[in-house]
Structures are given as structure tokens and as C-alpha cells.
Design a protein around this ligand. Structure first.
Ligand code: GDP
Length: 360
């Protein structure tokens, strides 16, 4: 079945790349996420940005609009970008689906005033060991002494507005940080000077307060994923789905929050998830996403869907999920599948989750 699913893919049908944000505490991970989400708030959710379970979805129209000043001629072919909402390590350390990481690309946030910090180095090592491509957001440029804000501007335009002193402090700090990255075995370059995307890490200076560099960041995430991992992004009918969290919700019982990385989920699908006391075989009762209209969002009110296509953050209700384990894979039992095989496969995840717990 997997072989068929692989064969039927095409470069004309890509799924949205999934992006995580990580870095040292206080570098601005949360603020950066707020900033890329909030730009279109005046238009309600008209910007097309939708809040999902555990993630925020940016449709390509939104990204195109916000990056038009950059006049990038490259074709934007992915349907959008799915950014995982929990900045920090959790989404990474605990959520490695066997063999493949949940995230296609990551943003490593570094504070331009502080350079590399202990958790920056930890994150770097994690990214290296997972072989996850990433970019560096060199955040808090607005804290350079004398910085003149140009809200939401592309970074090169913003830098042109600065005095000589600001530019020279910027250059000095940038080159210091590039040296520190080099000491960690990584070559890096300002993204617009980077001619070797596979060898050099791209650095995007940003401010999560005044928004400089945010268009550049969005653009680069899309361009890089398209360029470096087209194959991985081809939409596939085989379901690939990771359990982010197991949560009790009033009125719904125990639910699982998942990220559907590939394929389609349907109401009524028979699924298997890894459980503390063995594999859990159950049936999807409801596929839920938050209500799109913020004003109408009453606690506990979700939209129901008959089916949902990747990539998406989804809440699933079903019976028997009490002992499901976060960080494992969800499997759908197809008409030609042997349930026993899938149960066994699901429990393989237990081992990899446990070995990670042992290590940490
Ligand atoms: P996190 O721990 O990495 O999620 O960091 P936060 O997003 O909570 O930010 C930590 C602090 O830095 C907060 O007080 C933010 O307001 C501030 N901050 C974040 N980004 C920026 C930025 O670009 N410029 C400035 N001046 N402050 C920032």
C-alpha cells in the first residue's frame, strides 16, 4: 500500500510544510509566533490564517501578500505553511515519529544581543541529529542602539534606514554570532548573501516587536522547503499522523490532538494508536478543529469535519483513548490491512518513546 501511495505522488500536488520554532528561553520564540500570526488581525481571519489544534495555518495567499515587497520571482507552489504552536523543545524532543521528525523545517531563534546560549547549542545539536533543515532568526534587531523602526518591512529595506553606527553594531554582532556558529561546526550567511543553501545556514535578522524581517522569514521558509524537500512534500494518500497531546475535554472525554502530516482522515476511520497497556484500536468519532470565527469561539465549541486533508492540526474524539501516548504515530486501518500488523507497528513507537524518556 505504501509503495502505491509513493508511486501516485506528484510535484504538482504538494502538502504544506510543517515548521517548528526553537531556541533559548527569552530569545522571542513566542513573540515571533505572535508577530507572524497577528499581522492580519485587523481583517479578522480574512488573511486566511487559521488557528488549528496545536498549530497555525498560513495559506499561500496570505504569505504571498505579506512577501510581495520582496518581489521574489520563485514560484510558490506549496499550499501554505503549518507552524506548530508550542515553541521550544517539546514539539521536537518528544514528538519524533519513528524514522522521521514531525517538522520539515525549523526556525532557530537567537537573540542578537546575546548570541549563542546553552539551549541554542542544545537546539543546534538536536537539529543536527535529526537532520532537520533550519534557518536562524536573529531576533531583537530593534534593540540595537539607535534602531529606527520600519514596522513590518523586509530586512534590507529596514537596514537601509539605519545610521552608520547602527549598521556597524549590527555587522559586528552578526559576525560574532557567525563565528560562534562556526565553532559549533556550522557555516552561516545572511540569507540574501547565501548562495549555497545546502551548505550554509541562512540568517534572517528579525524584530518580533516591530516586525522587520518577518516577510523575509516567511518567504525563506517556503522557498527552502520547496527547494530542498520537494520529494518529502509530495502529497501522499498514505496517512502519516503524529499524536501531539492526550487531553481530557469536558463533554468529549479523552481526546487526542494530532498533526496530520500526510494523507486524509475520515470520521468513522478505524485507527490504532500506541497505548500504555498495549495498542488501542478504536474508531474516529469526531474530527474537530477550532471555530474559525474568533468572536464565536466559545470554550469547547469545535467545528466537526467528515474528512480532513494534510497538513492539519486536529482534535480527535474516540473511545478508549485514556492511555494513549503522546509522541507516537496514529495508524489508519485500511480495507487491505492486517490489523495485527498495524498493532505491532504502533507498539514499536512505544520503544522509541521509552528510550527517549530513559535518555532524558
Ligand atoms: P521565548 O521564551 O523565547 O518564547 O521569548 P518571548 O517571546 O517570551 O520573549 C521574551 C522577552 O523578549 C519578552 O519580554 C518579549 O517582549 C521580548 N522580545 C521578544 N522578541 C523581541 C524583539 O524582537 N525585540 C524586543 N525588543 N523584545 C523582544
Amino acid at each position: 500500500r505504501k509503495a502505491d501511495a509513493l508511486k501516485n505522488r506528484s510535484a504538482d500536488d504538494l502538502r504544506s510544510p510543517i515548521c517548528c520554532i526553537l531556541g533559548h528561553v527569552d530569545t522571542g520564540k513566542t513573540k515571533l509566533l505572535d508577530c507572524i500570526r497577528r499581522t492580519n488581525v485587523q481583517e479578522g481571519e480574512a488573511g486566511g490564517i487559521t488557528q488549528q489544534i496545536g498549530a497555525t495555518y498560513f495559506p499561500m495567499d496570505n504569505i504571498r501578500e505579506r512577501t510581495k515587497e520582496l518581489k521574489a520571482d520563485a514560484k510558490l507552489r506549496v499550499p501554505g505553511l503549518l507552524v506548530i504552536d508550542t515553541p521550544g523543545h517539546e514539539s521536537f524532543t518528544n514528538l519524533r515519529a519513528r524514522g522521521s521528525s514531525l517538522c520539515d523545517i525549523a526556525i532557530l531563534v537567537i537573540d542578537i544581543m546575546h548570541g549563542l546560549e546553552p539551549q541554542t547549542i542544545e537546539s543546534l545539536n538536536l537539529l543536527k541529529s535529526r537532520q532537520t533543515p533550519f534557518v536562524v532568526a536573529l531576533n531583537k534587531v530593534d534593540r540595537l542602539y539607535g534602531w529606527k523602526p520600519s514596522p513590518g518591512a523586509p530586512i534590507r529595506a529596514a537596514l537601509k534606514q539605519q545610521s552608520k553606527d547602527v549598521v556597524s553594531e549590527f555587522d559586528m554582532r552578526l559576525s560574532q554570532i557567525m563565528t560562534e556558529l562556526k565553532e559549533q561546526g556550522m557555516n552561516s550567511e545572511l540569507y540574501y548573501r547565501n548562495k549555497e543553501l545546502r551548505k550554509y545556514i541562512s540568517i534572517i535578522p528579525t524584530s518580533a516587536i516591530s516586525g522587520e524581517g518577518i516577510p523575509d522569514l516567511l518567504m525563506l521558509l517556503v522557498q527552502l522547503t520547496q527547494k530542498l524537500m520537494e520529494d518529502k512534500l509530495m502529497y501522499m494518500s498514505e496517512v502519516q499522523c503524529t499524536v501531539l497531546e492526550v487531553k481530557v475535554v469536558e463533554g468529549l472525554g479523552t481526546t487526542i490532538d494530532v498533526v496530520l502530516v500526510n494523507g486524509v482522515l475520515h470520521e468513522g476511520d478505524q485507527i490504532v494508536v500506541c497505548g500504555m497497556q498495549g495498542p488501542i484500536v478504536t474508531t474516529v468519532r469526531a474530527l474537530l478543529t477550532p471555530h474559525p470565527m474568533k468572536e464565536l469561539r466559545v470554550k469547547g465549541t469545535y467545528l466537526h469535519h467528515k474528512e480532513l486533508k494534510a497538513a492539519q492540526g486536529i482534535k480527535i474524539t474516540a473511545q478508549g483513548l485514556e492511555h494513549a501516548i503522546a509522541g507516537t504515530q496514529l495508524y489508519v486501518v485500511g480495507p487491505d490491512d492486517e490489523l495485527e500488523d498495524i498493532k505491532e507497528e504502533a507498539m514499536q513507537d512505544m520503544k522509541s518513546v521509552m528510550s527517549r524518556v530513559d535518555k532524558s
